[in-house]
Design a protein around this ligand. Structure first.
Ligand code: SF4
Ligand code: SF4
Length: 86
């Protein structure tokens, strides 16, 4: 895991945690339905929503697959898909 160090106010170290590593489902955005309203960005608890030019979608390094974006999208542009088992 990539390790970056930050100093937080209480003097302990913070690390970038790639929460996408334990995801069971992934959000898949339909670019034809997405109007880039950013509702998904507003609700995403891991701040994983990125601008992919044609649509907003999840950065899968950090998306933990909670499905909140799919629930909140007013255009129903996001579908949750099962991750393939390795
Ligand atoms: S909430 Fe839906 S329509 Fe709005 S930016 Fe996100 S994916 Fe696109
Ligand atoms: S599934 Fe959850 S963590 Fe992933 S982009 Fe949507 S709201 Fe964010």
């Amino acid at each position: 895991m990539e390790k970056r160090r930050y100093l937080c106010p209480v003097g302990t170290e913070l690390y970038v945690v790639k929460t996408g590593e334990w995801r069971a489902e992934r959000p898949v955005t339909d670019p034809k339905k997405c109007v880039k309203c950013a509702t998904c960005w507003l609700y995403c608890p891991t701040q994983s929503i990125r601008d992919f030019k044609t649509h907003l979608g999840a950065d899968l390094q950090f998306c933990k697959g909670c499905g909140i974006c799919a629930q909140e999208c007013p255009r129903h542009a996001i579908a949750m898909a099962l991750e393939e088992e390795e």
